[in-house]
Design a protein around this ligand. Structure first.
Ligand SMILES: [Zn+2]
Length: 181
């Protein structure tokens, strides 16, 4: 299989790679990191580049602008899932590959991937559009960490969405429980 990998530099991205490579040792990946205003962009991008350097044949960065804003005091980037997957679909078309691998499962329902494919097919009137696969969607946090830990790059992943690890969000707590800062 050949696919575009949505690469956030995080544990879920690494867990997705490990899961997919265990299922298909011939897997060819094109890394895509998308910036839409995430506060952790600098460290997350560096982690994504390391992951891409090891696992991917090409690496791309799309800077789509700052969509982040504060709503009721909280940092928000609404509709980010759609933005990430549209960006990946464009790269998939560019590279002529049929799959998108997404470890970004924030709000990823069972039907999300199929709806993305339907929407793209509708616009392009092409016989097919990239198929979205989220290998970690049904896995618990512990199962994701178990998979990601199989790769030596596990400690360099970046999970917290703050500019610096906040030490209080669930992702920071998961990392501490897994023995990495
Ligand atoms: Zn945090």
């Amino acid at each position: 299989m050949e696919a575009v990998l949505l690469n956030s530099g995080g544990i879920d991205t690494l867990a997705s790679i490990v899961a997919m490579k265990e299922a298909d040792s011939e897997l060819v990946l094109h890394s895509l990191t998308v910036w839409i205003g995430q506060k952790n962009f600098g460290p997350a991008h560096r982690a994504a580049q390391e992951i891409a350097g090891k696992h991917c044949v090409t690496t791309d960065l799309m800077l789509l602008g700052d969509f982040a804003f504060k709503e009721n005091g909280a940092f928000k980037i609404p509709y980010r899932m759609v933005l990430f997957h549209m960006a990946a679909a464009i790269k998939a078309r560019h590279y002529g590959v049929e799959y998108i691998i997404s470890g970004i499962d924030d709000g990823f329902s069972e039907n999300f991937g199929r709806k993305v494919t339907d929407m793209l097919t509708e616009e392009s009137r092409a016989p097919y559009a990239p198929v979205v696969i989220c290998p970690v969607r049904k896995l618990s946090r512990g199962e994701r960490i178990f998979l990601a830990k199989k790769d030596p790059l596990f400690p360099i992943t970046v999970s917290c969405e703050e500019a610096e690890p906040c030490c209080v969000c669930q992702k920071c707590l998961d990392r501490r429980a897994a023995g990495i800062a």
